[in-house]
Design a protein around this ligand. Structure first.
Ligand SMILES: NC(=O)c1ccc[n+]([C@@H]2O[C@H](COP(=O)([O-])OP(=O)(O)OC[C@H]3O[C@@H](n4cnc5c(N)ncnc54)[C@H](OP(=O)(O)O)[C@@H]3O)[C@@H](O)[C@H]2O)c1
Length: 270
């Protein structure tokens, strides 16, 4: 049994994560953290999530549950995630990180912590998206240098604060890597005004925000006369939460390192 704690347990993903861990027969919910000083501190986390009594009360800091968990699942903000990395590295815990929107400096800090603790970090924890990354690499190798233009379109709910989505970037990177291109050089994130014709090696990104869209990603391979599209649509956040619970069971007790969902799902080639 892996003892799991959830950070940001009152958030949109936090509530789903509580449910996924409670439903996982290989996991124990060891603790749930909400913001320090929140009126939710002391509330039964199962009742908070509308799941009935779980016997675990929300706390306002990780210190309070230090002996109660082996792996922390964190879907919060980059600054909070970095604080939690420091705590977990110091106290011998593993982490599953779903937080997106880390800047270059924050990403470097995460890599440094990965030398001290085992962590799974993925901008998208769904099985379907991670399988799509493999399909995209295959398609890119066959089509990308054969006259097909590559464009990534993503759509999310109106509350999402970063763009393009971490998943769109992962998909763009999977395609770029397969073609030996550098996404930092060939990624085009905005087209407005007299931006000129498209370069053949561009990978373009477009973003839609609205309503309650959970997450949709399409990668188009567009040639003269035909178009191939690989699309993933998430209809429930539970898909991310179940993936994260699975990752927590997988990462417990591993050697320090930065792992991803391809590792967890056994999708890595050779
Ligand atoms: N990897 C994936 O598969 C995946 C899937 C979906 C979402 N995400 C990412 O997960 C993150 C969270 O998304 P969300 O939609 O769940 O956002 P959200 O509803 O805003 O939830 C974030 C939660 O974190 C809490 N939090 C932040 N800092 C905290 C701290 N220092 N102490 C305690 N709690 C803290 C917030 O508390 P307050 O409400 O008090 O501020 C909030 O409850 C985003 O980066 C999103 O892009 C990743």
């Amino acid at each position: 049994m892996t003892r799991i704690a959830i950070m940001g347990a009152s958030g949109r993903m936090g509530r789903m994560l509580v449910q996924a861990v409670l439903e996982d027969e290989h996991a124990d919910l060891g603790g749930a953290v909400v913001r320090s000083g929140s009126s939710l501190v002391g509330v039964d986390i199962g009742e908070l999530c509308g799941l009935g009594r779980a016997g675990v009360t929300a706390v306002g800091s990780l210190d309070r549950i230090i002996d109660d968990f082996d792996v922390l699942i964190d879907f919060t903000t980059p600054a909070t995630t970095l604080d939690n990395l420091a705590f977990c590295a110091e106290h011998g815990k593993g982490m599953v990180i779903g937080t997106t929107g880390l800047d270059a400096e924050q990403s470097n800090q995460l890599e440094a912590y990965a030398k001290r603790l085992p962590l799974v970090f993925a901008a998208n924890m769904s099985t379907g998206v991670n399988l799509s990354l493999n399909l995209l690499a295959t398609a890119a190798k066959a089509l990308g240098d054969a006259g097909f233009d590559i464009e990534v379109i993503e759509a999310h709910h109106r509350h999402k604060v970063d763009a393009p989505s971490g998943t769109a970037l992962m998909m763009g990177r999977a395609v770029a890597d397969a073609l030996g291109r550098d996404l930092d050089q060939c990624g085009v994130f905005s087209r407005v005004g007299q931006c000129g014709p498209r370069r053949s090696d561009e990978i373009g990104f477009a973003t839609v925000r609205g309503g309650d869209i959970v997450g949709e990603h399409t990668v188009m391979f567009v040639a003269e006369g035909e178009r191939i599209e690989i699309t993933h649509k998430a209809s429930s956040r539970m898909t991310f939460a179940r993936g994260a619970a699975r990752a927590a069971g997988w990462v417990a007790g591993r050697a320090p390192g930065h792992y991803d969902m391809q590792d967890v799902l056994g999708l890595k080639h050779g």
